[in-house]
Structure formats: structure tokens, C-alpha cells
Write a protein that binds this ligand. Structure first.
Ligand SMILES: Cc1ncc(COP(=O)(O)O)c(C=O)c1O
Length: 400
């Protein structure tokens, strides 16, 4: 008889974005002209100045275990970055370097959650938050946001959810947001912070898209709202998105020392330190920036504009204009309600789009938002134009 799996793992489903890219790759290998808007990673190469630092570290044989929490040089430059860019003072002991922001979040949730503690998750959310909550033996509680509020959590909705959740302990915040691209301003964060302080809620503030903001949007960390809020915030950030370093695997958490120390103990027995070469490369990434980071942001901005304009030309598609990250989430509900192809949900639409027109999109259900699809615009303008052409063609085809 097969060994039974744990109840915990039975709740965990594969990452929809990773399974989508596997399917898209299969089609590519079969010679199909696939355009993928699925995966959340920059299509740029890691900047040369960062790669050079990695070469140097390797040549110097910097290849052994490092301190679990990260080398001191790196924690110092991260502390300097937090002061310079976020106006926040942290000591190296308040910072834990982990193999990716994804792992940082899991370490923190395991460190603070007891069985049945509740984690408040605004929808739409990044796909991993609910599963990470379950892995930490806690329970996700979803709080709906609306397009007319730019998909931002409203203070009244937060307070209501807290009052209705007797074991509410953590609020997940993600600004700029994956998948909506919303960016909270200071006033909005201050209103949410007041409620978190009042009810003693810990905020895990996922700031991984921090530098990718457009128009007049500015990234503000909720920890910078007040000292009381800083004492209840763990900032999570990393190099994957802004520095085009997804494969290097480095993220960090910064927050109250006792939480960071506990998360460090979790990491000590799970993964140990981050790859030593990556750490050395990241000291330079955070310390010696050239213009490549800003050039990538400018390019994302251009793509956001082009994609947003093209989507708005499609009848019955409604679309919120994102101000950050590299995603757009158009609503295609009208086509789900009015089609002759028997398509009832965005999942079925995305499957047909991939199989028929070789365009990979993620259905919004994976982010807790039915009736929508998510485009990642980490793709060339040429591919954006051709991909939207095929997307619009299928919408027209199924509705006529
Ligand atoms: C909102 C959000 N947080 C965290 C991550 C994970 O980042 P990392 O590559 O550092 O693990 C992602 C990656 O898709 C993300 O979109």
C-alpha cells in the first residue's frame, strides 16, 4: 500500500504559474510559436556589474557555508539600503537573508503562527500566500478588494475581517502588487496601520517589486508609517525582480529582532545559508548600482503603456491601470457570460488560448479573482502586440 501523505501536503496544489510554463515549454519544444505572459520574471539578463562580483567571489574560493543569517557585509548593505531608500533603521541582527523572498515569507509565518492562527490575505493575492499559510499550519482568511478601489484593501474591510476572525494574527501586504500592480500611497497605508496597531496585527510587507513603479507612484513601506507600526512589521524584499536575479535565489526579511531570530532558527534547520556566491554578488547589487536597473524600469513602463492601451481597444474587456510590478489583470467576464464555445471560466479560456493560439496567460482564479486573466509584461513589445492580437482574436471568435 502506498504511504499516506500528510494532511498538510494534501492541501498544497502545484504553482499555477510554474505548471503553465511547463505546458508552454512543451509546445515550444514541439516547434510552436508560443508567446508566454505567464511567468513572473524579468526577461532581462542580470546586470554585468553583479555578475562580475560573482566571478570574483568564485575565483577567490568563497564557496563555503556562511553564517546562517547571511554574511555581515550583506546584512550591512541591506541595512544601509533600508535607511537610504525607506528611511528605516535596522541593525544587521534585524535582518535575515534567505533563499528567495518566497522562503523569507514562509520562515516568518512558521516563526509566528500557531495552529489555527489566522492570516488575513487581501484578494487578488500572490498565489503562494495561501499555501505558505497552510504550510505554517495557519488558516487563510480572504478579504476582498474591488477594482473601483484600485484593488486596494479598504480600512473598513480590514477592521471587519479582524473583528470576525478571533485568531487573526498576520496581515499579508504586497505593494506594488502581484497580480494587480496596485501601489498604496502613504495615507492609505497610514489608515491600515492604525487598525493593525489597534488590534495588534503583524504585517508581512512583501516589497519585492519596490523599484518597479510608474507614473507618479512612489513605493512606501508600511513600516515607515510610525514606530508602533515598525514594531509590528516584517519587511520582505529581495533581488529577483528589480535586479533580474530570479535564479540566484536571495531574499531578505527585516523586522523585530525576536521574530527575525526565530525565523533564523527555522532556516537553520531547513535550508541553512543562501548560496555564498550569490551573497557576494548581492553585496555589490545593493551597493554599487549602475544605470541598468533604471533602464529595465523604463522598459517595463513602456510595455505597461502599450499593453494597457491594446487591451483597452478590445470591446467588453475592462482593465485597471497598474502603477507597479509587471502585471495587468483584464476582466473578461463578459466573454465568459456571452460565448458560443461552452466556456464558463477563465481557466477554460486560458487552456483554449494556449492550445489554439499558443498564448500563455494565467487565469485569475489562481489569484482569488474569477473572471480575469493575468498578463505578465516581462516580454518584448513585439510579443505583447502579437500576443494581444491573438487574445483578442479568440475573444471575438468565441463571442460571434
Ligand atoms: C509578490 C511576490 N512575492 C514574492 C515572490 C518571490 O520572490 P523570490 O524569487 O525572491 O522568491 C514573488 C515571485 O513571483 C512575488 O510575485
Amino acid at each position: 500500500m502506498a504511504i499516506k501523505l500528510s494532511n498538510r501536503t494534501k492541501l498544497i496544489k502545484p504553482s499555477p504559474t510554474l505548471s503553465l510554463s511547463a505546458k508552454a515549454n512543451q509546445l515550444k519544444e514541439a516547434g510552436k510559436d508560443v508567446i508566454s505572459f505567464g511567468v513572473g520574471e524579468p526577461d532581462f539578463n542580470t546586470p554585468e556589474y553583479i555578475k562580475n562580483a560573482a566571478h570574483k567571489a568564485l575565483d577567490a574560493n568563497f564557496t563555503r557555508y556562511t553564517p546562517n543569517a547571511g554574511i555581515m557585509d550583506l546584512r550591512k548593505v541591506i541595512a544601509a539600503k533600508l535607511l537610504r531608500e525607506n528611511g528605516l533603521e535596522y541593525a544587521p541582527k534585524d535582518i535575515l537573508v534567505s533563499p528567495g523572498a518566497k522562503n523569507s515569507i514562509l520562515n516568518i509565518l512558521i516563526a509566528v503562527c500557531d495552529t489555527n492562527d489566522q492570516v488575513l490575505i487581501p484578494t487578488p493575492y500572490w498565489v503562494s500566500y495561501p499555501y505558505q499559510t497552510l504550510l505554517a499550519n495557519a488558516q487563510p482568511v480572504y478579504i476582498e478588494t474591488r477594482m473601483e478601489d484600485a484593488f486596494k484593501l479598504q480600512p473598513a474591510d480590514l477592521e471587519k475581517a479582524i473583528l470576525e476572525s478571533p485568531c487573526a494574527k498576520v496581515l499579508m501586504m504586497n505593494s506594488p502588487s502581484n497580480p494587480t500592480g496596485s501601489v498604496y500611497n502613504r495615507e492609505e497605508l497610514a489608515a491600515l496601520a492604525e487598525i493593525c496597531v489597534k488590534h495588534d496585527i503583524l504585517v508581512i510587507s512583501d516589497e519585492i517589486y519596490e523599484r518597479l513603479v510608474y507614473d507618479d507612484a512612489k513605493h512606501i513601506s508600511i513600516a515607515s508609517i510610525s514606530e508602533e507600526m515598525k514594531a509590528r512589521t516584517v519587511i520582505v524584499n529581495g533581488v529577483s525582480k528589480v535586479y533580474a536575479m530570479t535564479g540566484w535565489r536571495l531574499g531578505f526579511a527585516a523586522g523585530p529582532a525576536h521574530i527575525i531570530a526565530a525565523a533564523g532558527r527555522v532556516q537553520e534547520h531547513a535550508t541553512s545559508c543562501v548560496n555564498s556566491i550569490t551573497q557576494k554578488a548581492c553585496v555589490v547589487a545593493y551597493n554599487e548600482e549602475d544605470d541598468s536597473i533604471e533602464k529595465m524600469r523604463q522598459e517595463f513602463w513602456k510595455r505597461r503603456d502599450r499593453l494597457y492601451d491594446l487591451l483597452n481597444e478590445i470591446p467588453h474587456v475592462t482593465c485597471f491601470k497598474p502603477q507597479g510590478a509587471f502585471y495587468i489583470m483584464p476582466n473578461i467576464q463578459w466573454y465568459l457570460d456571452n460565448n458560443n464555445a461552452g466556456i464558463t471560466n477563465a481557466d477554460e479560456f486560458c487552456t483554449l488560448l494556449l492550445e489554439k493560439y499558443y498564448v500563455a496567460l494565467v487565469a485569475g482564479g489562481s489569484f482569488g479573482m474569477e473572471g480575469t486573466v493575468r498578463f505578465s509584461y516581462a516580454n518584448s513589445i513585439q510579443n505583447i502586440e502579437e500576443g494581444v492580437r491573438r487574445f483578442a482574436m479568440l475573444l471575438k471568435e468565441i463571442s460571434s
